[in-house]
Design a protein around this ligand. Structure first.
Ligand SMILES: *[C@@H]1O[C@H](CO)[C@@H](O)[C@H](O)[C@H]1NC(C)=O
Ligand SMILES: *[C@@H]1O[C@H](CO)[C@@H](O)[C@H](O)[C@H]1NC(C)=O
Ligand SMILES: *[C@@H]1O[C@H](CO)[C@@H](O)[C@H](O)[C@H]1NC(C)=O
Ligand SMILES: *[C@@H]1O[C@H](CO)[C@@H](O)[C@H](O)[C@H]1NC(C)=O
Ligand SMILES: *[C@@H]1O[C@H](CO)[C@@H](O)[C@H](O)[C@H]1NC(C)=O
Length: 947
């Protein structure tokens, strides 16, 4: 990098000093002071605060201990763990500029004051106290809330309390921790639309009912619902298999029932799953124990059956279940397998799931099973409320003599291969719901089928009406043999003859009508679900971008768009789709991606980045995706590790300003990652190539918005994700624009996890010249400040429309970063380098000057002189606010991207269940504005890192 003149650096340092050092002096706002004074008075041990008694100026100087201010307003009170006792003032919410409050682990008592209207409050840590009442309006107007903890407070103990729907307006809420604070009732549905919620901890409350289906789209990483104190949570846990970012799940100590769905294999980031002490039944799916990140699995005290799968991790406990073996990896005996298949078809009724344990059905302890000569000979489960089908696996129990299943609710047909059972004497299926056809058993078998309505109707016409008819058209004789050999009394009358013809005819017509109605209903329904996608093919303005999908999803709770139940039904059709692997992983089939990208056609290449080539793809319904295909030449172990770690990283960092991963694909030698598609492509294209590509130049307003979007995405990556990530390759070609020109940062191929907070990590050099921070280029040590530098360069590009590094330019201006420093120092020079495509008014220039200053600050030579990304957000946000476009009404859906990957995936599978040949889908040219190489991965230069 070209060195700058020493005096320029001094100037920059001076400017930075000015902007950091200018603190507004002033006395504390009287109202704020009054609340603090009241707070002090409410304590029985205020001396612990060490607040000076002679000062009325908490905002100082000097600042009162534990108090933080901005100007004259109190923004933080941090008194955690001080042993304070007493109660809070009722008008606490007059501290209207409060952003962060930490009262946790003290002895506060009494009523929690209302937080109503604390619209700046981001962090509220109130756990570990003795607050006993929470007012109903506590959650009103908490617009900025990101973290709320009320753990371990005896709130409204006598009645319990429920989360008021007001909380739904805290759209940025990420952590909600309400452990052991007397929540009662069912899990609130509305939480399912909180699209930033990554952590939900509700353990040790009094919750009951099921996990709402609406939670399926939540980007949760941590979900704790364990140990509810009353009867506990019930129902199936299937919905968690759709929260694909989960890493830590505690559901133990409840009454969850049903099976563990094999689609749990979709939870590739899952590290801990505790399901012990529930009422789960069925087999443990191998897709669960095979999960790549899983380290701890507790399944004790359920009614799980079948073999115990081998697990590669040590922390696996499974005691007190109904497994057939006590050692992992051993299979069940063939008879047990057949009986388990039988149970599966009737959904493992708890009574049987609890009793059919071990590998020997003949121990006398198996309810309803008798044996002779050590083989199962009798299944005796009459009136057992069995619901479901009869498994053909019964035919594998070769010694069966009597099968007594009368008085249940069995449906479907009698498996044809049961006729091959050689010892069978009795098959009693009377009073069920068996449908035809009935297979023909030898005449030695007594088959009892009375009281099966579907059989009565369809069997009637079998009897030739004027030859012989049954004594009644609802035969009830328990000893009736199968129809073909039926001994039918032939006392006939004319009247019966007529009835026998007419009744089936009427029933037939009614059935026909019913089927037609059903058909119409299904057709309507399907049409309404997919109307939006298909209509987009003809209407580019309304095209199916991520945001419109997100909008659809956001309306789940209203009566329009896709409803939660429809989503659910689409999702469950996946289970039968061929594109789910044996292990049940929710992954997109290579077939689908092959056809979406026209077999990875050259013309669909968007660019090269990370370990592979990125392709544009179009799904069956016209929605677009971006597919990164790992080059098969680099399928080394290291590359495979990177593939998995990229999935893991991307699953952990979910933000509306970061391009998100929608799915992935692993088959044979193929390793594919699927991202959301950004219609307008890379920012670089709009800045540097708009003329060639015939694009509209970006207005300053748009540039500001883009800068803020990027700053927010990077801030999240650095601080707000649960770990600290460093992008290492931020540049305008990695900033992608959506249809509405909102920006997202992409290409996480080089992302590094900073192991200990933000300390520097030594890495091999990677990144792109022109954006590389000087200290990184020299030492290879990175901190988040490396990204801040790159961000500064991107800002310079936004201001000047010039590329970070351009060999064509004169030596002096080759590196934008150094040249910009010299030029921005004078107003005239700055004016001369502003992108001529920006229409320059006084107002614009003022705003540009601020950004130029920020750019310089961010790209300061020394890392410690550069601000945090949060500072950039704070500088940009008010500017954007001022320049807010009139029709900027899309903010409400921007945060909803989390629904989008799943929705898109679902649509992908739907598309896949038709043909996989691309030729049959019409490639729509109305969206022809997408050039062949929009996303600018291609400009990427990465060095020495082998990528
Ligand atoms: C807090 O209250 C508990 C129980 O009332 C008491 O045991 C404890 O000593 C108190 N702690 C302090 C620091 O006052
Ligand atoms: C808690 O109890 C108080 C007093 O009994 C009641 O006014 C308040 O509405 C309850 N809080 C909630 C959130 O229901
Ligand atoms: C949110 O919760 C996670 C998990 O408990 C925790 O690691 C993280 O620090 C929390 N974030 C904040 C800002 O409190
Ligand atoms: C009966 O059919 C089932 C499923 O079609 C099959 O698994 C089973 O092996 C068959 N049993 C016999 C004895 O034919
Ligand atoms: C039988 O099953 C059907 C559907 O599975 C259900 O609607 C019906 O209520 C059940 N009948 C009884 C008696 O359990």
């Amino acid at each position: 990098m070209q060195m700058m003149a020493w005096k320029d650096w001094i100037k920059i340092a001076f400017l930075c000093f000015l902007s950091v050092g200018s603190v507004v002096l002033g006395t504390t706002d009287e109202g704020d002071y009054a609340v603090l004074e009241e707070f002090r008075r409410g304590l029985s041990n205020p001396e612990l605060l060490k607040w000076p008694s002679d000062s009325k100026d908490p905002c100082g100087p000097p600042l009162w201990p534990h108090v933080f201010c901005s100007g004259s307003r109190v923004t933080q009170i941090q008194v955690q763990n001080l042993g304070l006792s007493g109660s809070l003032p009722p008008d606490f919410n007059k501290l209207s500029m409060l952003t962060n409050i930490g009262l946790q682990r003290n002895n506060f008592t009494g009523k929690l004051p209302s937080f109503n209207g604390l619209s700046n409050l981001q962090y509220a840590y109130l756990g570990g106290n003795q607050f006993d009442t929470i007012p109903w309006d506590f959650f009103v107007g908490l617009d900025s809330l990101q973290v709320l903890s009320l753990d371990e407070n005896p709130l409204n103990q006598s009645t319990g309390w429920m989360l008021p729907p007001d909380l739904e307006n805290s759209a940025e809420l990420m952590n909600l921790s309400l452990i052991q604070c007397n929540l009662a009732g069912s899990l609130p549905d509305f939480l399912g639309s909180m699209n930033s919620l990554g952590v939900l901890k509700l353990s040790y409350n009094n919750l009951s009912g099921e996990i709402p289906a609406s939670y399926s789209g939540l980007p949760l990483q941590i979900l704790w619902l364990n140990n509810q104190l009353g009867s506990g949570l019930t129902g199936s846990i299937d919905v968690i298999a759709k929260m694909i970012f989960l890493s830590d799940v505690w559901l133990h100590g409840n009454q969850f029932s049903g099976q563990i769905t094999s689609s749990i294999g979709a939870l590739v980031s899952l590290t801990r799953l505790w399901l012990n002490n529930n009422r789960l039944v069925g087999l443990i799916p191998e897709s669960l124990t095979n999960l790549p990140q899983l380290q701890s699995l507790q399944l004790d005290n359920n009614m799980l059956m079948g073999p115990i799968p081998n697990a590669s991790f040590a922390n696996f406990s499974y005691a007190h279940n109904s497994f057939c073996q006590s050692t992992p990896g051993l299979p069940c005996s063939p008879e047990v397998n057949a009986l388990l298949d039988f149970l599966e078809e009737v959904s493992y009724p708890p009574k049987l799931a609890g009793s059919w344990s071990g590998n020997d059905p003949c121990t006398n302890s198996w309810l309803g099973i008798s044996c002779s000569d050590g083989k199962v000979s009798v299944i005796n489960l009459p009136n057992f409320q069995l619901t479901g089908k009869i498994s053909p696996s019964l035919a594998n129990l070769h010694s069966l003599v009597d099968v007594i299943l009368g008085g249940n609710n069995l449906t479907g047909t009698i498996p044809a291969n049961m006729t091959a059972l050689t010892s069978i004497k009795l098959l009693n299926l009377s009073s069920n719901n068996i449908s035809p056809p009935v297979p023909q058993f030898p005449s030695t078998v007594r088959v009892l089928l009375d009281g099966n309505n579907l059989l009565q109707i369809s069997l009637s016409p079998v009897y030739p009406p004027n030859v012989s008819t049954p004594s009644t058209n609802r035969p009830t004789s328990p000893n009736r043999t199968p129809p073909s050999t039926a001994a039918i009394t032939s006392k006939t009358t004319r009247r019966f003859n007529i009835l026998i013809i007419i009744i089936p005819a009427i029933v037939g017509v009614l059935l026909m009508l019913l089927i037609l109605l059903l058909f119409y209903y299904c057709w309507k329904r399907k049409a309404s679900v997919f109307a939006a996608p298909s209509s987009t093919n003809t209407e580019p303005n309304n095209s199916l971008d991520p945001y419109s999908l997100a909008k659809l999803a956001s309306k789940n709770d209203v009566n329009s768009g896709i409803t939660a139940s429809e989503l659910h039904s689409i999702n469950s059709s996946i289970n039968s789709n061929a594109y789910v692997t044996d292990s049940g992983n929710l992954i997109i089939s290579v077939q689908v991606l092959r056809s979406a990208t026209k077999n990875f056609a050259l013309e669909n290449v968007l660019g090269r980045g990370g370990f592979g080539v990125v392709y544009k793809g179009e799904l069956h319904d016209g929605s677009m995706i971006a597919v990164k295909r790992m080059e098969s030449a680099v399928l080394s172990n290291k590359a495979l590790d990177e593939f998995h770690s990229e999935i893991t990283v991307l699953s952990k960092v979910r933000h509306r300003n970061l391009v998100s991963i929608m799915g992935y694909s692993v088959e044979d030698n193929e390793r594919l990652l699927v991202y959301e598609y950004m219609h307008q492509g890379a920012l670089s294209k709009h800045l540097f190539q708009w003329k060639q590509l015939d694009l509209e130049p970006l207005s300053w307003k748009r540039r500001l918005n883009i800068a803020l979007d990027v700053a927010r995405g990077m801030e999240y990556l650095h601080n707000l994700a649960h770990e600290c990530f460093i992008h290492r390759d931020l540049k305008s070609s990695n900033i992608l624009l959506g249809d509405d020109y909102r920006a997202k940062v992409s290409d996480f191929g080089l992302v590094k996890l900073a192991p200990h907070g933000k300390e520097s990590v030594a890495t091999r050099l990677a990144g792109t010249f022109g954006y590389l921070a000087p200290e990184y280029a020299v030492t290879g040590k990175i901190t988040t400040k490396v990204d801040v530098f790159s961000f500064g360069v991107v800002l310079m590009e936004l201001v000047t429309g010039m590329m970070a590094l351009d060999e064509e330019r004169s030596e002096e201006s080759r590196y934008l970063a150094s040249w910009f420093f010299q030029m921005k120092t004078s107003k005239e020079n700055l004016k001369s380098i502003i992108d001529p495509s920006i229409s320059l008014t006084d107002e614009t220039f003022e705003s540009i000057s601020v950004i130029a200053e920020l750019a310089g600050h961010c790209a300061a030579r020394e890392p410690h002189q550069r601000p945090e990304m949060g500072h950039a957000v704070n500088v940009l946000a008010p500017l954007v606010e001022k320049w807010k476009p009139v029709n900027d009404d899309d903010d409400d859906c921007l945060g909803l991207d989390f629904h989008q990957p799943l929705l898109q995936m679902v649509k992908g599978w739907q598309a896949a269940d038709g043909t996989t040949s691309f030729g049959s889908t019409s490639l729509d040219d109305s969206k022809g504005s997408i050039p062949a190489r929009p996303a600018g991965f291609a400009e990427s230069f990465t060095s020495a890192d082998g990528r």
